[in-house]
Design a protein. Structure first.
Length: 212
């Protein structure tokens, strides 16, 4: 479960992360570092610590693509360099893990094809990666993604969007979104499908979007 109280306890000097009406939201000002970045676009200071603090009970954690992250958990990237040193080299669209292997997946992919060029990689397969994440997460597990937008998803495939957190680093810097998706268990999915059927029955003219 997401533990908002834990992240607020560990970071008491920052504005609170809020849980309200089933949603987690907030603004994380992560600042900038005085040292030179080891890797273009790497996590801003304190971000990874805050992200992990939201999930204190997560035992099996995957970072993909991991970039310069060294853990905790398993790190996966498509390349190995002096700075990017994953434990496993693999394509995010074809992850070498069994179904239901992880409690938490954290991801900070290239935000565009131009960004991918800076890493020396090709186009990042975002939707294929999300399908793989859904496969290897345990029911009730979480995918947390740092991006400049939150990606499209389909609840009928088993995702629920449970958090949107704005990540700010400083003047004239890109503002990013930390989106958190939860893999629905079968009971949750069946409940949502019954609600969807009821809505369509009560409102025949209502057309649900493909992302619903």
């Amino acid at each position: 479960m997401i533990n908002v109280e834990n992240v607020n306890k560990i970071f008491p000097r920052y504005p609170k992360t809020v849980f309200d009406k089933g949603w987690v939201y907030g603004v994380w000002y992560c600042g900038t570092t005085f040292r030179s970045a080891r890797l273009y676009g790497e996590y801003p200071p304190t971000f990874l610590r805050r992200a992990l603090a939201l999930f204190p009970s997560a035992k099996d954690i995957l970072h993909c693509p991991s970039g310069s992250v060294m853990g905790p958990g398993i790190t996966v990237d498509i390349q190995h360099t002096e700075v990017i040193r994953p434990q496993i080299i693999a394509d995010a669209a074809h992850l070498p893990f069994m179904n239901h292997s992880f409690d938490l997946i954290l991801s900070d992919p290239p935000y565009s094809d131009k960004d991918a060029e800076n890493y020396g990689t090709g186009h990042f397969p975002l939707q294929k990666f999300m399908r793989e994440a859904l496969r290897i997460l345990r029911p009730g597990g979480y995918l947390g993604m740092l991006h400049i937008f939150y990606p499209s998803y389909r609840r009928k495939e088993g995702w629920a969007l449970v958090a949107l957190i704005c990540v700010v680093t400083g003047f004239s810097k890109k503002t990013r979104i930390f989106s958190i998706f939860q893999k629905s268990n079968q009971l949750q999915l069946a409940k949502w499908e019954s609600q969807k059927a009821w809505v369509v029955q009560e409102s025949p003219s209502l057309k649900l979007s493909e992302e619903d």
